[in-house]
Design a protein around this ligand. Structure first.
Ligand code: GDP
Ligand code: MN
Length: 361
């Protein structure tokens, strides 16, 4: 789960990473008081869980005497479709240069990956695509509790002064908070020293209870239903509904869809031993998404029996075309059951994905 900027900055502060002075408000009437100690120029930052917030109109600069009007204006906006419910009012920093510092997990090498760039402030993925050499990368084994000084120097080249302490604090925080991403973009150089002008922390969803964090976002009705049925379910942007069993197989299905030029509408893992009832609910849940044009069911029978799955698909009786790949226990029986209607059956995952992607485009 991604923390809001002010929550992440609160954690930064506890770890000794310098952040601008500021306060969070929930209403324009609080803006005056909140900014009383901030100097003549202030920044208002919408606390919304979206990327590209600045470009989306989520940041306003204002004179302090006009802060109430600015707050009113920002509360009235929606940032990339998200309502503004709280605003962080901060001192305006005098920025000389913007840097980038990020820590994440490299799943392919199973190591911690640190990224540093002297060209921060911009979209780091775009920078990586266009000018990859502008980003310095360092892999370190995840067992290290502290960043060794030589590794910090390798990452940053020792400049600017003070950056080493920030790298080492961010690394400690990354580990202790069970983060999968800790990012400062931009980390800014000002006449008063280095500051984290922005803060992004994504905590591993599996560690939320250990971290004592509650989901800061209400579940959508569909997410609530998925939770009731015990499905692992995530909504995405595409038009191909996906149902799989097992996280690995379902992820592999999503990867294959992306490689084939398609876009998945969701991730849904029905779990082990899915009976007809569960499969029916899963298919109906996915079919209920307005964005879903076709549905791809990719199930491996083991504990799960293909005939049960087939009955579930049939009973769901949804309008979208369903592309099915069933393999394993009672496979032939499953195929026979589905042969009554024009479901499209496939022997391999590759063929099923290819057909679904074509049908959806
Ligand atoms: P994001 O769009 O959500 O990533 O928002 P950021 O907090 O990263 O801000 C986007 C940009 O606004 C930064 O890269 C800065 O150029 C600018 N900005 C943010 N805070 C300040 C500030 O206090 N002073 C100045 N001068 N610029 C700021
Ligand atoms: Mn930013």
């Amino acid at each position: 789960m991604r923390l809001l900027e002010f929550e992440a900055k609160e954690i930064f502060r506890r770890y000794g990473i310098p952040v601008p002075m500021g306060r969070v408000i929930a209403h324009p009437s609080e803006a005056d008081e909140a900014s009383s100690e901030l100097g003549d120029e202030v920044v208002l930052k919408a606390q919304v869980d979206v990327g590209g917030r600045g470009k989306g109109g989520g940041i306003l600069f204002s004179k302090r005497e006009r802060v109430s009007e600015a707050a009113k204006e920002l509360f009235g906006r929606s940032i990339r479709g998200v309502e503004v419910k709280s605003i962080l009012v901060e001192e305006r920093l005098e920025i000389a240069q913007e840097l980038y510092l990020g820590i994440t997990i490299d799943r392919s090498s199973r190591e911690v990956l640190l990224l540093f760039s002297r060209e921060g402030g911009v979209d780091i993925e775009a920078l990586a695509a266009e000018r990859s050499d502008a980003i310095r990368r360092l892999h370190i084994p995840p067992i290290l509790r502290e960043m060794p000084p030589f590794a910090i120097r390798e990452l940053t080249g020792g400049k600017p002064k003070g950056v080493g302490e920030i790298v080492s604090s961010l690394y400690r925080l990354f580990r202790e908070k069970d983060a999968i991403l800790a990012e400062i973009n931009p980390l800014v150089i000002t006449p008063k020293g280095l500051f984290a002008a922005d803060a992004k922390i994504i905590v591993d969803d599996n560690a939320l209870s250990r971290q004592g964090i509650q989901m800061n976002r209400a579940l959508t009705p569909r997410e609530q239903e998925a939770e009731r049925h015990g499905f692992s379910y995530v909504e995405l942007e595409g038009s191909i509904g996906v149902i799989g069993n097992g996280a690995g197989l379902t992820m592999a299905t999503l990867d294959l869809i992306a490689q084939s030029g398609g876009k998945a509408a969701n991730f849904l893992d029905v779990g082990g031993g899915a009976d007809r009832e569960r499969v029916m609910h899963a298919v109906r849940l996915i079919a209920g998404m307005p964005s879903v044009k076709v549905i791809l069911v990719n199930l491996l029978g083991g504990i799960t029996r293909c005939d049960e799955v087939a009955h579930g698909i049939l009973e769901a009786n949804v309008p979208q075309r369903i592309f099915v790949r069933l393999a394993g226990t009672n496979e032939e029986e499953g195929k026979r059951i589905l042969a009554v209607k024009d479901y499209t059956m496939f022997e391999t995952m590759e063929e099923a994905v290819k057909a679904a992607v074509e049908a959806a485009s």
